[in-house]
Design a binder for this molecule. Structure first.
Ligand code: NAD
Length: 252
């Protein structure tokens, strides 16, 4: 069995300083991929890069807010100058603002949509032209169970994650002739900083756990393992779809 299925590939991952972005970065590095890591703050991102280098790959960091077109353009120029070719894009940056719709202001609504959806658009717009003609490519978009089902207080988040599924399907069709696959990953509840409001509230946490058929939260490493598989040659016939990894939440 090939223990470095991504050797020779380079992945660009947004929001890679912590949480799922960091876990996917380390999983891809373990599989042999070089990494271009992007986030708004370089300090934590450097730690992800240092951990990745222990797997013997090259990893570099780039400061960029994915909602800002000029920053994404500069990111693409810098990352492609550093790595020459990038074959894997992981649109992971995302935020959640939890409250009833009527309490949102327009700026907050836009921030949620801009990060997940417009961020993925800008990153794909900047990198896809350079991914063509290689006979291999992978784009992963981090959606959510909230792209499939809903709970109250998640209007912006659900809208953003559902939109990302539409982007995923349409872009998959556009890029199929290039053998660039485009898929979404839809996690359920994973123990990251994004979920601190749930994790730090024992009653709320129990409510969530009681709704998960497997009876536990997901582990960041489980998302890393899925990303690694979807990027491998073995997953080359999977495109335009979405993998739920939610302990059974959406099966109910
Ligand atoms: P997190 O908050 O721990 O990390 C998110 C990362 O995105 C951070 O590094 C943050 O700095 C970065 N980011 C946010 N806005 C950005 C911007 N404008 N430009 C660049 N980077 C930006 O969250 P996480 O739990 O690791 O989630 C990662 C992705 O997975 C998100 O898209 C999230 O919506 C999705 N997701 C997470 C869960 C979960 O349970 N943790 C479940 C479903 C989906």
């Amino acid at each position: 069995m090939n223990d470095k299925p991504l050797r020779g590939k380079t992945a660009l991952i947004t929001g890679a300083s912590k949480g799922l972005g960091r876990a996917m970065a380390l999983a891809l590095a373990e599989a042999g991929a070089h990494l271009a890591l992007a986030a708004r703050n370089l300090d934590q991102l450097q730690q992800t890069a240092a951990a990745a280098r222990h797997f013997g790959v090259e990893a570099d960091v780039f400061e960029a807010d994915v909602t800002d077109e000029s920053q994404v353009t500069r990111l693409a120029q810098a990352a492609l100058a550093r790595f020459d070719k990038i074959q894997i894009l992981i649109n992971n940056a995302g935020i959640n603002i939890r409250k009833p719709l009527i309490d949102f202001n327009l700026a907050e609504w836009r921030r949620v949509l801009d990060t997940s959806v417009t961020g993925a658009f800008l990153i794909c717009h900047a990198f896809v032209p350079h991914m063509k003609g290689q006979g291999y490519g992978r784009i992963l978009n981090l959606s959510s169970t909230m792209g499939h089902v809903a709970i109250p207080g998640r209007t912006a988040y659900c809208a953003s994650k559902t939109a990302l599924l539409g982007l995923t399907r349409a872009l998959a069709l556009e890029l199929a002739p290039e053998a660039i696959t485009v898929n979404a990953i839809s996690p359920g509840l994973i123990g990251t900083e994004m979920n601190l409001p749930i994790l730090q509230n024992p009653e709320l946490k129990q409510q969530f756990l009681s709704r998960i058929p497997l009876g536990r939260m997901g582990k960041v490493e489980e998302i890393g393992a899925l990303a690694r598989f979807l990027c491998a040659e073995a997953a080359g016939y999977i495109t335009g779809t979405d993998i739920l990894i939610d302990g059974g939440w959406c099966a109910q």
